[in-house]
Write a protein that binds this ligand. Structure first.
Ligand SMILES: *Cc1c(COP(=O)(O)O)cnc(C)c1O
Length: 360
């Protein structure tokens, strides 16, 4: 073991050595409200047709390298402007990785307001780039002046903006985001993982904006298990990202299931609509509970702040009562006393509220 460690120390960069791997807790039998999944499985009525699709697949062959049919369905369902190019990833995480790999060079900086989605920092670090986080204001709104000043100062190759932001749930001011796109010397990626839960999007602006990329994913609308993300942007940029894409990154199963799911999009958009209504109800009920600060959300989760020093005990109490949410207390100072709960089915939300009432 010591011999192995010596060699590891020799060969693995110190910043990678210091990095913990992305950890996902085992949910066991808990009600899972920690990962922004859609709580609903595919309806029974779709299963036979889906199995018929699976029956036809030739898994002895390599997949369609361009995933042509899937791209076409995605363009249609997400209303991607015709003049924007698109690229698919095995989850949008993979697209974030391809973007960062494309600009990776010594001295390059990747920037994002923080707290935000942790993969921007993680992937930048793995690729050997510096990650510069710029703090959000205490209420988690965007400090546009501070971000613009840091952009001028550090000249980041890429600025990532999760919009709505994870784990805070809010949408940054659109005018501020436009100013950032205008003043950034490099690329600006608007990560719209939560697009199905808000009315707002930068997708229509892609054809007119030379340095704008928009990321989408199917994970939050019911296909987290599929792993499918989409990047829309200028053709010339996507041609460069394409060089970092491993061939056949979207498997035959993934392509076929994606096309099938998108052909039944109405079923899933009804689920998202009801989750949006349930978010409003859950948020209202949380606001009535003593001592909680409930942050506004345009996503399928809600960020809460507990009374000082209580988050860990409340998180543990919920777990004892069979409910798994996300404890953000202890991750970064800005998220002290914060918990994040995914909007589940009405039954799951009711179980969460009942357990929470006992824990407060
Ligand atoms: C969940 C999430 C993603 C990851 O999506 P995958 O497509 O499942 O890889 C990307 N960005 C943000 C902001 C997210 O919250």
């Amino acid at each position: 073991m010591t011999a192995a460690n010596d060699r590891i120390d020799q060969l693995v960069r110190p910043e990678l050595r210091a990095l913990p791997a992305y950890h996902v807790p085992d949910p066991g039998n808990l009600i899972k409200l920690d990962a922004m999944e859609n709580p609903y499985r595919w309806p029974e009525s779709l299963l036979d047709d889906w199995f018929e699709v699976l029956r036809t697949l030739e898994l002895n062959r390599y997949p369609d390298p361009q995933a042509t049919a899937l791209k076409q369905e995605l363009r249609r369902r997400m209303a991607v402007p015709d003049s924007a190019a698109v690229m698919l990833g095995n989850g949008s995480d993979e697209l974030i990785q391809m973007i960062i790999q494309t600009v990776a060079a010594p001295g390059r900086v990747i920037m994002a307001p923080e707290p935000t989605f942790v993969m921007y920092r993680q992937i930048a670090t793995v690729c050997g780039l510096e990650f510069a986080g710029v703090p959000l204001r205490a209420d988690f709104t965007l400090d546009a002046e501070a971000l613009l000043a840091e952009i001028a100062n550090r000249q980041p190759a890429v600025v990532f903006l999760a919009w709505p932001n994870n784990p805070t749930g809010n949408l940054f001011d659109r005018t501020a985001v436009e100013a950032i796109i205008e003043h950034a010397p490099g690329l600006v990626v608007i990560d719209e993982a939560y697009a199905p839960f808000t009315e707002h999007s930068f997708l229509p602006a892609v054809p007119d904006t030379e340095n704008l990329l928009v990321l989408r994913t199917l994970s939050k609308i019911g296909f987290a298990g599929l792993r499918l993300g989409l990047l829309a942007g200028p053709e010339a940029w996507l041609a460069e990202f394409e060089k970092t894409r491993l061939p056949y990154n979207i498997s035959t199963l993934n392509q076929a299931c994606g096309v099938f799911a998108l052909q039944h999009y109405d079923v899933f958009s009804e689920q998202t609509d009801s989750l949006r209504r349930d978010r409003a109800a859950l948020s209202a009920q949380l606001q009535e509970m003593p001592g909680l600060t409930v942050f506004p959300s345009e996503a399928n989760f809600i960020l809460l702040r507990t009374p000082p020093g209580r988050a860990d005990a409340i998180f543990a109490g919920l777990k004892e009562r069979g409910i798994l949410i996300k404890n953000l207390n202890g991750t970064v100072t800005a998220l002290a006393d914060c918990l994040r709960v995914t909007v589940g089915s009405p039954e799951e939300n009711a179980a969460f509220l009942a357990a929470l009432a006992e824990c407060l």
